[in-house]
Design a protein around this ligand. Structure first.
Ligand code: SF4
Ligand code: SF4
Length: 253
């Protein structure tokens, strides 16, 4: 079922920027550049302009986010302690079966010294992409982007279980729910909480380490807005080269 993760993990030796020295980071920021991609095996794979990197700041979105609220999540990945309380809360809240998942914690290993490894954790979930390949691929429109909130949701009545969306998602963020006979995935707790006026998502509420910050990216007062727009902060998204423009951002601290 988790075919694809192994390969992803193999390629994502280090999705973070924590190995880049403060001096290097400052130098990039001075140039108006930000580190966006994988820092793997000592090679910096991607450095681009901050303006282009945070998709929400590209010209067509400046000052007018496409959704109101524009739901988004920022993951302060280095705070994750792998307690899995987010996963537990998600399973309970969204009735996720034991074989399925809506969010997971990836484990990465970094060499610390001879024969020594450091474990680090990275939470993952549906990125609620702005250009979602899963929506484009679905032949029945069972997968759709909510025009009000930007959340990528499922209409399970329309799902025929063809799994085309699973193959299309560049992030492996969907699974087939045997009981529903339909695809299931994270919906930012839209059905279980947000639509009932409960905020934030179950995972963000349950996290004891403040890893998951959920909110409205179109609101300058929100924590997600402030984190994503902090000029001193390195913000990155997973696999930026896929062009899916995720609404889930990663940072450290
Ligand atoms: S992460 Fe995958 S499932 Fe989620 S919106 Fe993007 S393409 Fe679709
Ligand atoms: S499995 Fe369901 S949601 Fe996925 S592409 Fe087929 S019909 Fe659409």
């Amino acid at each position: 079922m988790f075919k694809g993760f192994a390969e992803w993990l193999k390629n994502l030796k280090n999705e973070g920027v924590e190995h880049i020295s403060v001096e290097e980071r400052r130098a990039f920021l001075k140039l108006g550049l930000v580190i966006t991609g994988v820092y793997a095996g000592g090679t910096l794979l991607s450095v681009v302009s901050r303006v282009r990197e945070v998709y929400a700041d590209i010209p067509e979105y400046v000052g007018h986010y496409p959704y109101k609220p524009h739901y988004s999540m920022v993951l302060r990945t280095d705070r994750c302690i792998d307690c899995e309380r987010c996963m537990e809360a998600c399973r309970k809240t969204n009735h996720v079966p034991p074989y399925g998942w809506r969010t997971r914690i990836l484990e990465q290993h970094f060499p610390k010294g001879p024969g020594e490894w450091e474990r680090r954790f990275m939470p993952i979930l549906c990125n609620h992409c702005n250009e979602p390949p899963c929506v484009r691929a679905c032949p029945t429109k069972a997968t759709f982007k909510d025009p009000k909130t930007g959340i990528v949701r499922m209409n399970i009545k329309k799902c025929i279980g063809c799994k085309t969306c699973m193959a299309a998602c560049p992030y492996d963020m969907r699974y087939f729910n045997e009981e529903k006979r339909a695809i299931d995935k994270c919906d930012f707790c839209w059905e279980s909480r947000l639509s009932e006026g409960e905020f934030p998502t179950a995972c963000a509420k349950a996290c004891p380490a403040g890893v998951r910050i959920f909110g409205d990216l179109s609101d300058p007062e929100s924590q997600v807005y402030q984190l994503v727009h902090d000029p001193q902060r390195a913000i990155w998204v997973l696999r930026p080269s896929m062009g899916a423009r995720p609404n889930v951002f990663y940072t450290i601290n």
